[in-house]
Design a protein around this ligand. Structure first.
Ligand code: DCP
Ligand code: MG
Ligand code: MG
Length: 345
């Protein structure tokens, strides 16, 4: 059986800011208020008022009038992140970063502390605190799914061990949102069907779930029972981000296609919020036509509706046939210097 630790820093951007301004520690702090007008995160004092990541600043201000806004300073967070990842590298060489503030570590072969994963996780947390001044939360288990769920259980500064005995029972009350790959949209769709918890999903047969969710149904069948065979993948730099939607019926006119593009753009914008620290090099649109032929059109433009509209128009003018899939994305600037932090999302 594998030994996996998932570590996630607590209120990361806000906690880093508190290091520089300790007087903020007991006051409500939100990071954001920048050009998109949404919060990156908030400290736990602010969260008591209902303030949270991705919330529009004005709404946060309404909930918590005393909220102190700080503009994000990504280079500061990156630097702290590098320190944290350097600590990880002492305990494993199989580290999969998910963002600046979290990673999976496969410690199955770690020789330290008699290979006691709980002790290793405790030590990692202690190293992070003493060397960076920041607290983190960790989950320890035998697969990625459960380790990640664990790190979130007792935040902030938490540590949870999820053991295999009776796991199917123990996780029945967890909300489906804790499953990797279930975002807001999927969750909302599941809620409409009355599915809220792992236990709700456990009631369905594998075939039912496959009928409902296609291939992902098979994954769901396993995840809701705490079964996950994914490997911790070594680091790789993320070079692009995209969102694709296959239509229920092929779309054969520009107006409808443009409507689909607006929906997809919303999804893309939402996902891009987590990547505000990266520099965008290109934007692109992918169309798959009725005959399954795929085309991509790319341009060095800013991310914006008008820019994507122009790309779509250009491609549509070249080939006006029914479309079955629309993808929209960006390519990031990847610096090739060696010391750079690498992670996969
Ligand atoms: N972030 C962001 N926009 C989001 C979510 C997150 O810019 N919609 C940034 C700010 C966070 C950092 O990424 O500090 C890490 O995200 P987490 O989801 O791990 O959230 P926090 O670390 O802030 O809080 P938690 O203690 O819940 O992990
Ligand atoms: Mg975090
Ligand atoms: Mg995180």
């Amino acid at each position: 059986m594998k030994k996996i630790i998932h570590v996630d820093m607590d209120y990361f951007y806000a906690q880093v800011e508190e290091l520089d301004r300790p007087e903020l520690k007991n006051l409500p702090v939100g990071i954001g208020g920048g050009k998109r007008g949404v919060l990156c995160t908030a400290n736990y004092v602010a969260r008591k008022y209902g303030v949270k990541s991705a919330m529009p600043s004005f709404m946060a201000k309404e909930l918590c009038p005393d909220l102190i806004f700080i503009r994000p300073n990504f280079s500061k967070y990156k630097e702290k992140s590098q320190q944290v990842f350097e600590i990880f590298s002492r305990y494993s060489n199989k580290i999969q970063g998910l963002s600046l503030d979290e990673a999976y570590l496969d410690v199955t072969d770690c020789k330290l502390y008699n290979n006691d994963a709980q002790k290793i996780a405790k030590t990692i947390k202690a190293d992070i605190l003493s060397e960076t001044g920041l607290t983190a939360s960790a989950g320890v288990s035998y697969n990625k799914l459960l380790a990640k769920i664990g790190s979130d259980l007792f935040k902030p500064n938490g540590l949870a061990i999820l053991r295999p005995e009776g796991i199917e029972q123990k996780i029945t009350h967890f909300p489906i949102e804790k499953i990797n790959g279930i975002g807001k949209v999927t969750a909302a769709r599941m809620h409409q069907r009355g599915l809220y918890t792992f236990g709700d999903l456990q009631k369905f047969s594998k075939l039912d779930l496959i009928n409902m969710y296609g291939d992902y149904g098979n994954t769901l069948f396993h995840y809701c029972r705490g079964i996950d065979h994914r490997e911790v993948k070594g680091s790789r730099i993320r070079k692009s981000l995209s969102v694709e939607n296959t239509f229920f019926e092929n779309v054969g006119n520009f107006q409808d296609l443009h409507g689909k593009m607006l929906e997809t753009f919303d999804e893309l914008s939402e996902r891009l919020r987590k990547h505000e620290d990266k520099i965008i090099k290109n934007i692109f649109i992918k169309l798959k036509y009725h005959d399954f032929q795929s085309t991509t059109i790319e341009s060095q433009l800013d991310v914006g509706l008008d820019q994507y509209s122009d790309l779509l128009k250009t491609r549509w003018n070249q080939r006006q046939e029914p479309v079955r899939l629309l993808g929209m994305g960006v390519k990031f600037h990847v610096r090739e210097n060696k010391g750079q932090l690498e992670f996969e999302l």
